[in-house]
Design a protein around this ligand. Structure first.
Ligand code: B3K
Ligand code: ZN
Length: 872
């Protein structure tokens, strides 16, 4: 099996000048005729073979300039069609293949989802539709003709603009779509089906009217309005914030129920996992609305960062993904609350990216080799990629960043480009040397920043030393120092910001320290009193901070820091430390718990803070986050016990007060997903969570909330909190929820998740029974991920059981899923990346389960790669 290296990149010897596709879609088969106009590049020697990618294609005919090819002129096998000696001039290659979309359970290429024909081509799915140079640096204009039975597929969609349509008799009809923009094959899309839709329009800043459509299963139209609203707000925001206007006359979105990922940014025809489109208050939570808004925006923003400017090769994936995640984070920050969104994004980074970056699957945001590219659509490429762009924005400032982005669009529009070119744009626009900064893209691992300081009252001098260190990661034994932007402030004894005279010893620009060596010692003069340093404000770099602050100083920051992120983070650090210490044998003191409780209560009582922020402050770090903090010899049972004990100690004396705040927060107005109302619900549900873990009032409160809920946010929270704490009421709530919403697959997913995250000893049996029930939809990614993905990522107590039952349950399921859908299987398997952090006994039974998987099954390239990297 082959490893692909970035260093081997070379352009194709042939160019594809234009693409003409004809799809004949019939009930059982689809015939694809492709006419590719091809020419050799100037430097290509005559006689150079033309190798086109293919995957599971059945070739029916092949011709050049209208003449069928003789057998000796080409070779076709499972993975390629090779023209041995193509003409040394422009020519038209015509191929015909037959596909069976209904049998395509990998959901890459053309497949059927609940009767609808749809496509997913990124990264290498187009080769499952026709023979092609299936790589992102081959750009061409596409014309697509499709015909299908009118009864099965009254709706026929593809990229670009509709240029023709009509009746063909015999119950068949056709449509022709043309996309004038050059694009790589991974952005190709086609949809044919019997779909309902809603429509709207958007007038761009230059006055062009764009027709907008969202297509879905009949009957779901009413659940598409929030997605439409999010789309229009995204289009307006990209004009305002980045000066980017939409470029076609139509923009369509199609919701499908079987989808490997969240959504896909195909040019002018985005295809979405329906869970990221459908929303109504009775069945979708505030969190669902939030995700819909974010992902609709994300895919729309790709039109400029991804489609107009795409990637030269898949190693450059974070060129489009990191940048587009940054853009969607900024959109949500502008539409909702900036500090709340920042905390949300950092929680996500710490929960999923840090464990990836500190374990066997660590890789740089711009990797230099892979076996299976689908395994690199990771949180490192996406979320760490976004953090890198955010650091560029921090270094350049708002105006400087916008100037650089303008230059990026101007310089690279229409191109397939690289991370190097992206960085060069930022250098040219700012005049800065970013060569050291570029290391962020090329090196894996989360830097650990150490802090020490001292104050000399006699000379009024404050000294601050910052160090950085990155642990070795697979294939990278030694690390280079990074350029780490540290946004900071000094806080005086009365809680106000403190000025200083001068600073020396390192690079400081206004409130930004540039930590660019292993160690930097800064000397601040004219400092009147001993300050408390507030470092990494707004989480200005994706690092782990080994703060030297004690609990007292952390609580001081939580009270006084002008930076809301650091206020939140100070309490998180204080809480995590107490739990981690207790789990590893160092008990907390009563004073420590009293002080922490007071800080939480003061936050709740502060009328100036908004509810969403308060909810984040009282959110006790999860077990996986604490496990990660401990780092080695982790015993999930001990962590769960210590966490619950601390919550009990915190809540006990104030349970009544918390309950009365809880009662006072009930929303009486009609449901709205807006940030304010959602914030109020999240605070109320956060209190319910505290009361359920920390007192005996919670179980009943939760059951009552469940019964009286008028929206899914409150009902789901009550069930999930009960399940996670395995209260007396939990089994009844799970049982009711399952039958109450039977028939709604997206609500079933919520039940699967809650059930999989419950830490009771019956969890595995319950999951096994669910999974093996005859009516469980075994091929649907959403169902599988809701059950198994939530289990491996969020239920360490049962997944990492010392008897190995949890591990074996998952490896056996992965072996089965792999036969159907390798992408889903390998994604679930990544949950085993926690093995190296676990205590020996658990690690060993986990490794045994992985070895058995490897020995007993024939596995896909996707699963084998993940397995080998974890076992290694
Ligand atoms: N670009 C797609 C991801 C496709 C994933 C293929 N395994 C969605 C996105 O990031 O916007
Ligand atoms: Zn994306």
């Amino acid at each position: 099996e082959q490893t692909i290296y970035l260093k081997d990149y070379a352009p194709t010897p042939y160019r594809i000048v234009s693409v003409d596709l004809d799809f004949k879609i019939l009930e059982d088969t689809t015939r694809v005729r492709a006419q590719l106009t091809i020419e050799p590049r100037e430097q290509t020697p005559p006689g150079t073979p033309l190798v086109l990618n293919g995957d599971e294609l059945k070739l029916d005919s092949v011709a050049v300039d209208g003449a069928p090819l003789v057998l000796s002129a080409y070779v076709s096998d499972a993975n390629a069609l090779t023209l041995v000696e193509p003409p040394h001039r422009r020519f038209v290659l015509e191929t015909e293949v037959t596909l069976n979309p209904a049998a395509n359970t990998k959901l890459m290429g053309l497949y059927r989802s609940s009767g609808t024909w749809c496509t997913q081509c990124e990264p290498e799915g187009f080769r499952r539709i026709t023979y092609y140079l299936d790589r992102p640096d081959v750009l061409a204009p596409f014309k697509v003709r499709m015909s299908a039975p009118k009864a099965l597929a009254p709706v026929l969609l593809a990229n670009g603009n509709l240029v023709d349509q009509g009746d063909l008799g015999d119950g068949m009809h056709y449509a022709v779509w043309e996309d004038p923009f050059l694009k790589p094959a991974y952005l190709f899309a086609l949809v044919a089906g019997d779909l309902g839709s809603i429509s709207d329009s958007f007038t761009t800043m230059s006055g062009r009217k764009v027709s907008l459509g969202i297509y879905c299963t009949h009957g779901k139209e009413n659940e598409c309005h929030y997605a439409m609203d999010s789309l229009k707000r995204s289009m307006a925001w990209d004009e305002r914030r980045f000066g980017r206007e939409y470029d076609l006359d139509v923009f369509n979105i199609v919701a499908v129920s079987d989808f490997n990922f969240g959504a896909m940014e195909n040019k002018g025809l985005n295809i979405f996992n329906d869970k990221l489109v459908f929303a109504q208050p009775e069945t979708a939570t505030d969190a669902n609305y939030h995700s819909i808004e974010r992902v609709i925006a994300h895919e729309y923003f790709h039109n400029w960062t991804g489609n107009r400017i795409t990637c030269r090769d898949w190693f450059q994936l974070c060129l489009k993904e990191g940048l587009t995640v940054f853009r969607d984070q900024e959109f949500t920050s502008d539409e909702r609350s900036r500090p709340v969104q920042r905390i949300h994004d950092v929680q996500n980074l710490r929960t999923s990216q840090f464990p990836e970056d500190g374990g066997p699957l660590a890789h740089p945001p711009r990797p230099d080799s892979f076996r299976e590219i689908n395994n690199f659509y990771t949180t490192t490429v996406y979320e760490k990629g976004a953090e890198i762009v955010r650091m560029l924005a921090t270094l350049l400032g708002e105006a400087g960043f916008r100037k650089a982005m303008d230059l990026y669009f101007e310089r690279h529009d229409g191109e397939a480009t690289t991370i190097e070119a992206f960085i060069k744009v930022f250098e040219d626009a700012s005049g800065r040397d970013l060569s050291q900064f570029a290391t962020w893209y090329l090196q894996a691992g989360t830097p650990q920043v150490g802090v020490t300081d001292s104050y000399d009252p006699a000379s009024q001098t404050y000294t601050l030393t910052l160090t950085q260190k990155v642990e070795p990661t697979p294939g990278e034994p030694t690390k280079k120092p990074l350029l780490i932007p540290v946004r900071f402030g000094l806080i005086g004894p009365n809680g106000s910001p403190m000025g200083f005279g001068s600073v020396s010893g390192g690079a400081v620009e206004d409130d930004l320290i540039l930590l660019d060596r292993d160690s930097v010692t800064l000397t601040f003069t004219g400092v009147a009193n001993k300050p408390v340093p507030s470092l990494f404000r707004g989480f200005s770099a994706p690092v782990k901070i080994a703060s030297n602050l004690g609990q007292e100083e952390l609580l001081f920051l939580a009270r006084h820091d002008s930076d809301p992120f650091n206020r939140w983070d100070a309490l998180q650090t204080a809480t995590t430390t107490l739990i981690a210490n207790a789990a590893t044998g160092t008990a907390w003191s009563g004073t420590e718990v009293d002080a922490l409780r007071q800080a939480l209560v003061d936050t709740l009582d502060n009328p100036e803070l908004d509810d969403a922020f308060k909810a984040q402050v009282i959110d006790i770090p999860t077990e996986p986050v604490i496990g990660r903090h401990i780092g080695k010899n982790v015993d999930p049972d001990a962590i769960a016990r210590a966490r619950a004990d601390l919550v009990r100690a915190l809540v006990g004396p104030v349970a009544e007060k918390l309950e009365s705040i809880y009662r006072g927060l009930e929303v009486t107005a009609p449901y709205s997903p807006d940030a304010r109302q959602a914030g109020q619900r999240s605070l109320r549900n956060g209190l319910l969570n505290l009361l359920t873990t920390g007192s005996d009032r919670g179980s009943d409160l939760a059951s009552r909330q469940y019964d009286n809920a008028t929206n899914m946010t409150d009902r789901y929270a009550a069930m999930a909190i009960s399940a996670r704490n395995w209260t007396a009421g939990a089994p009844a709530l799970l049982g009711d929820f399952r039958t109450r919403f039977a028939g709604d697959p997206l609500v079933f997913d919520k039940w699967l998740t809650a059930s999989a995250q419950a830490p009771d000893d019956g969890a595995i049996e319950r999951m096994r029974a669910t999974l093996t029930a005859p009516d469980f939809p075994r091929t649907n990614p959403n169902r599988l991920r809701s059950l198994l993905g939530s289990f491996v990522m969020a239920n360490p107590v049962q997944f990492a059981r010392a008897d190995g039952l949890g591990f074996r349950f998952v490896t056996e399921a992965v072996a089965e899923i792999d036969k159907v859908n390798p992408q889903v299987a390998s994604r679930i398997l990544t949950g085993f990346r926690i093995l190296p952090t676990l205590e020996t006994r658990r690690r060993d039974v986990g490794l045994d389960a992985l070895r058995a998987l490897k020995e007993q099954h024939t596995l896909s390239r996707n699963v084998s790669e993940i397995l080998d990297r974890i076992i290694a």
